[in-house]
Design a protein around this ligand. Structure first.
Ligand code: EAX
Length: 325
């Protein structure tokens, strides 16, 4: 009898000590709702990882801000209560000024250049630069080139921005950009439909998909194709969590996230032409050819400003500006 109890205890102990056989679950957060750029990345990542791991990994997506705004999700990732986030570049600004280098205005000429730089060594430097803050940067997917919308008037030159209250992301750089352009910037977390509807703010800036998915055409009459900032998502994992994974799992997760990012960037770009048509049909008045040079001149001295006073960040910006020439 005693021997049997000892045997049972031994079996139970071994059972509890063995590595988990059941699927491991990844908790992934996005602030946006289904159909959004971030959600396309999240859905594709889930599909790829669950298929390639033969079910050893499962992914649960928490979307529509159920975990809080993007700043709050980044804090959860730092604490490892959230494993992965697909987070817009802007809100990283409050964690580290290094991301200002990729949110720099009028940086990339086009999509191809954004891909080349962000998938190359400079992009990797930015991802590595997130580690001291507790983030494992996996790769970049995209929100896309940002454009201005507002409810008050057609905007073609920076002069037209005077007095307009424009919502910006929680990013000191974005606020500085819009102040330099002559608008009245108000930082605010996502989502912002109610604030636009109630007139707390006159306008906002985001890529085309946002105007469609969030139905901004209902409450924003004017759009200007400023393409002032190329806005990546940074796809990040909790560094604490990441360091406890074995190398094989790390490689698989990184590969699936890169695959998802690649898929999503193409998907987003393929849909842009149809979006412009749809937004026009919905009644938006779109300024296709604003005076981009005038906008560019207003922010030309930004590289020498306080935003880039950290020498390491400034050096990286100089390298970046050289690379995009
Ligand atoms: O994707 O806060 C913002 O303006 C972001 O672009 C938001 O995540 C929508």
């Amino acid at each position: 009898m005693k021997a049997r109890i000892v045997l049972l205890a031994a079996v139970l102990t071994i059972g509890f000590c063995l590595p988990l056989q059941a699927a491991e679950n990844i908790k992934l957060g996005v602030v946006t709702k289904p159909g959004s750029a971030q959600n396309v990345v999240a859905d594709k990542f889930k599909e790829l990882l669950e298929a390639k791991s033969n079910g050893d990994w499962t992914v649960t997506i928490y979307d529509s801000g159920v975990l809080g705004n993007e700043t709050e999700m980044l804090q959860q990732i730092q604490m490892n209560t959230l494993h992965i986030g697909i987070i817009t570049g802007g809100p990283f600004d409050t964690f580290t000024p290094i991301v200002r280098v990729i949110n720099y205005p009028f940086l990339f000429k086009d999509n191809a250049q954004a891909d080349e730089i962000l998938d190359g060594p400079l992009g990797q430097e930015i991802l590595d630069g997130l580690e001291p803050m507790g983030f494992k940067g996996l790769c970049f997917s995209e929100n896309g080139f940002r454009n201005l919308t507002n409810s008050k008037r057609a905007v073609k030159t920076p002069e037209d921005l005077k007095g307009l209250k424009i919502r910006v992301m929680n990013s000191a750089l974005h606020k500085t950009i819009w102040r330099a352009l002559g608008a009245n910037p108000t930082p605010m977390a996502w989502p912002i439909y109610t604030e636009l509807q109630q007139g707390v703010i006159d306008g906002q800036e985001n890529p085309l998909w946002v105007m469609e998915v969030y139905k901004f055409y209902e409450i924003q009459k004017y759009m200007t194709m400023t393409r002032h900032v190329y806005s990546p998502h940074i796809d990040v994992a909790s560094l604490k969590w990441w360091r406890n994974l074995d190398a094989k799992d790390q490689a698989l997760i990184a590969e699936c996230m890169k695959g998802a990012a690649k898929f999503q960037r193409k998907d987003n770009r393929d849909k842009d032409a149809a979006r412009i048509k749809l937004l026009q049909e919905k009644g938006m008045q779109i300024e296709m050819h604003p005076d981009v040079d005038a906008f560019r001149q207003k922010v030309a001295s930004l590289a020498g400003s306080d935003m880039f006073k950290d020498p390491a960040v400034h050096d990286l910006l100089v390298k970046m500006l050289e690379a995009v020439k």
